[in-house]
Design a protein around this ligand. Structure first.
Ligand code: F3S
Length: 418
């Protein structure tokens, strides 16, 4: 692999052990993917923040970097931690687990990361620009940054994200290269009276279908109105990156690299054309639920982390009513949105209704024993990503529904088919 003099000095240890180790890992990654050279990046989003996924070995890796006085050399944001940093006790997180999470959190802050603790950094504080070369981890954020913003990142996993922040370099490969960003398959939404773009739950369903068909290919979607919101595209990105390994999608007339059909496919023809109608949407909705009805224990909103308008809508739908006894309603968001909710007086109203707003974390990634402590059996969510992963990760039954259905389930304590 061809390295610049500066990169060679990094690898040779002239900037210390940590930089040398990080450079060595990244050059090996580049060799695996056939990259010929390294390239600079100007922003990193680290996903290696869930202690339980990294384990003690991961904690040791990060501690070793801190021991070498390592500092991140580009602006670096952080995915959610394994615990709500302020309210972990309220969520029944065991103290030993919280302590290890804290050590990981503090290590990143020592190295200069921005304490965003969110999986939607693109909505608050760390927003890349079109064409910017970045190194992001966290699948929904990768898909959103590439597709909706037009920034350029490959799919970085745990540890590679840290190494990118330490060196400010990544291999030149994958979606960093413009020619690798052309659409490959075409999904045509068949408009009909039954397809309701005013119902936000259509977007995770479209994403889920796109990911299922595309797998590792780049889908181009036709038929989404250009009034689609950032929150809708967030939900679509998360679902597409869950049912498939979608790191980039284009939406004709909506996303920045797809203003025309020719742009989206870079002058080539799609290798496959798939029509999506009501039947496919209904099938996707069925597939995202493990049961059709039942007594509800938990309702989860905010995967990816909820924006201010999303929480405001939830509060409006609750209309000052209290959720049913025995039901938990959790909203996951970041501290910036939390602050705005407080300033706007919405926290009080949510709390009156029995809603728990949690920041800095993602409960889906909890170890199984915390879920067992809660004793839940059935959860309801409006997130395609949460619904996709929850049965395997939490052991719970899941029903996917729109936000109205989620609120109804929380207020009644039960959900019926329909
Ligand atoms: Fe974020 Fe957790 Fe969903 S990290 S995207 S809330 S699974």
């Amino acid at each position: 692999m061809k390295l610049t003099d500066e990169e060679q000095r990094m690898l040779d240890g002239q900037y210390g052990k940590a930089v040398s180790m990080a450079m060595s890992i990244l050059t090996k990654l580049g060799q695996i993917y056939g990259a010929e050279e390294m390239m600079p990046i100007t922003q990193v989003h680290i996903d290696s923040t869930f202690f339980q996924l990294l384990g003690d070995a991961g904690l040791e890796f990060v501690a070793r970097l801190v021991h070498c006085d390592t500092e991140f050399c580009v602006p670096t944001s952080l995915n959610p931690s394994a615990r709500d940093i302020k309210r972990w006790q309220e969520f029944r997180v065991p103290p030993d687990f919280a302590e290890k999470s804290k050590r990981l959190e503090q290590a990143y802050l020592r190295m200069g990361a921005n304490p965003t603790w969110t999986c939607a950094p693109y909505q608050n504080g760390m927003i890349p620009r079109f064409g910017q070369q970045i190194a992001w981890a966290e699948s929904n954020a990768i898909a959103f940054a590439n597709s909706v913003i037009g920034a350029r990142t490959a799919r970085y996993g745990d540890f590679a994200d840290i190494c990118a922040a330490v060196t400010g370099r990544v291999p030149k490969f994958s979606l960093h290269i413009p020619q690798n960003r052309s659409g490959e398959i075409l999904l045509r939404l068949q408009t009909s009276d039954l397809i309701d773009f005013g119902d936000d739950s259509i977007y995770p369903l479209i994403g889920y279908i796109a990911g299922s068909f595309a797998q590792e290919r780049i889908p181009v979607i036709e038929g989404i109105p250009n009034t689609v919101s950032s929150d809708n595209l967030k939900a679509l990105s998360a679902a597409a990156a869950s049912s498939g390994a979608v790191d980039l999608f284009h939406i004709l007339g909506v996303t920045p690299e797809a203003s025309t059909y020719e742009d989206a496919f870079q002058g080539k023809e799609p290798t496959q054309i798939i029509d999506i109608g009501e039947e496919e949407l209904l099938t996707a909705r069925r597939n995202l639920s493990t049961v059709k009805e039942g007594k509800v224990d938990l309702v989860v909103i905010g995967c990816p982390h909820a924006s201010f308008p999303e929480v405001k809508q939830l509060n409006q739908l609750l209309g000052g009513k209290k959720i049913a006894r025995g039901v938990e309603l959790w909203v996951q968001t970041n501290r910036v949105v939390y602050h705005w909710l407080k300033e706007a007086g919405l926290l009080e109203s949510l709390s009156f209704s029995g809603v728990k707003v949690t920041t800095d974390t993602c409960n889906l990634n909890w170890p199984r024993n915390i879920w067992d402590n809660w004793g839940f059996r059935l959860l309801v969510t409006n997130s395609g990503k949460w619904a996709h992963y929850a049965p395997g990760l939490t052991g719970l039954q899941v029903i996917f529904g729109n936000i109205q259905k989620c609120v109804e389930a929380a207020l009644k304590g039960e959900i019926r088919e329909g």
